[in-house]
Design a binder for this molecule. Structure first.
Ligand code: KIV
Length: 260
């Protein structure tokens, strides 16, 4: 899938499905189960490396996993997270983003808004496709207790709206919205022509993303309310992924009780 098709999906009212993968076996399953985009998320810091947050994930870790995943997928759009501190200034960001493209990514994801304006302009002017990420920004989270719903009050909601409009105007191709109230995600999705991809942001986003280890029940401990265990009532991982695709496309995931 090409990055430009993401906007076509939105135009046609078709929901976008995205799951994370870090290894070849999972990448093949997702790719063959009809997932539109595969994210090599820096969530790998927690689910693969056992760390408390994403901040110690290195560029070389991400490049390694990106090359493995991209080598095992033929259909899905490959998106890679630029890890913490890999896009602190435009020159470093460009060098690192190019390494992701060489490793097979077709889009890179960057957390935050106006504070990265120069970085985003530099990448876009060098033809790097960008996915933004607003709302809860995992790279700002140190302890697991810090995972909180964002944009609940008027000023923080307005900041998310303003940043989303800015990102679109800069040429960002898609926007992840994490852990924000559904009505705010709906407002943002309606204001933008680029697609929003929600995680804990309600059913009105233009697509949905989950960490694959969470939706397969591999992650231990208490899960946030937006995680559904798709392996329940299914016999195989492929069936669980197909069920995620069907529920997102059918607008039955997430439900209201899985949203804020
Ligand atoms: O790292 C990740 O897996 C992500 C998703 C939670 C969107 O950024």
């Amino acid at each position: 899938m090409k990055h430009s098709e993401l906007s076509l999906f939105k135009e046609q009212g078709q929901k976008i499905t995205c799951l994370t993968a870090y290894d070849a076996s999972m990448a093949k399953i997702l790719d063959q189960s009809g997932v539109d985009a595969i994210l090599i998320g820096d969530s790998l810091g927690m689910v693969i490396q056992g760390k408390e947050n994403t901040r110690s994930v290195s560029i070389s870790d991400m490049i390694y996993h990106t090359s493995i995943v991209s080598g095992s997928s033929n259909n899905a759009l490959i998106i890679s997270d630029m890890p913490f501190s890999s896009y602190d200034n435009p020159d470093d960001a460009l060098e690192n983003a190019k390494a992701f493209i060489d490793a097979g990514a077709r889009m890179v994801k960057i957390e935050g808004g106006s504070e990265h304006e120069d970085v985003i302009k530099k990448l876009i002017s060098n033809n790097i496709n960008i996915c933004g990420h607003l709302g809860l920004q995992p790279q700002l989270v140190i302890k697991s207790d810090d995972y909180r719903v964002q944009g609940r009050d008027e000023s923080s909601a307005q900041r998310i709206i303003d940043n989303s409009i800015l990102l679109e105007s800069l040429g960002v191709s898609a926007l992840v919205l994490e852990c924000i109230p559904s009505d705010l995600a709906k407002t943002v999705s309606e204001k933008l022509t680029i697609p929003t991809i929600g995680i804990g942001a309600g059913v009105d986003c233009d697509g949905q993303v989950l960490v694959s280890y969470d939706m397969l029940g591999i992650t231990t401990g208490k899960q946030p309310r937006f995680v559904r265990s798709f392996l329940d009532n299914q016999n195989t991982i492929s069936e669980a992924v197909e069920s995620f695709v069907a529920e997102v496309k059918g607008k039955t995931f997430p439900s209201q009780s899985e949203s804020y």
